[in-house]
Write a protein that binds this ligand. Sequence first.
Ligand code: 3PG
Length: 212
Amino acid sequence: GKLTALQVMRDAPVIPVIVLSDVSQAVSLARALVAGGIRMLEVTLRTPQALACIEAIARDVPEAVVGAGTVRSAADAQACAMAGARFAVSPGYTHAVGQACRDVGLALLPGVATGSEIMMAQEDGLTELKFFPAMQAGGPAMLKAWGGPFGDVRFCPTGGVSMANAAEFLALPNVACVGGSWLTPAEALARGDWAQVTALAQQACLLQRQAA
Ligand code: 3PG
């Protein structure tokens, strides 16, 4: 069946934001994250190899649920769905991206940073949103303020989140999970240090969250 954004957010406390430029690393990296307890994987469309990486993970790592990040257009949504992505994450929200994701059956976690953007996503029926860039746009205090007028929205803060501040976000009742790139450091990928990736994923999975 079709995945929902809520299922994506509730699986693990952290959604890894992955930048891959080498297709031969995609499967090993995905397996390393799965071994550490994380199977919802956001592969960003920031490299020419991203779609091929999504395809490889969808084909060869059935334990993982691969999604695409940095989805900025209807064409991005169509391309990542064709490659086998099950969900999409976007840095902002437009009705066109929302419509394209509905059309191709992709769960969408759209980025918002203002009340107007939250209201626009809600007009299209979306109540699970990414807060981006979380630290730069107001951090935990912003999410506390949004808890009043937007009490029905669950957020995934992403951008500047790390092991040092993830717990503070996850303690908020309107935070279902966080996103971040710290589980897949460029140096670990360069070395092929999959054990380090697994260890970082295991550590992230120990984070507690409050949201129902
Ligand atoms: C990104 O833009 O790459 C994501 O939001 C992750 O941000 P981070 O590198 O600060 O975790």
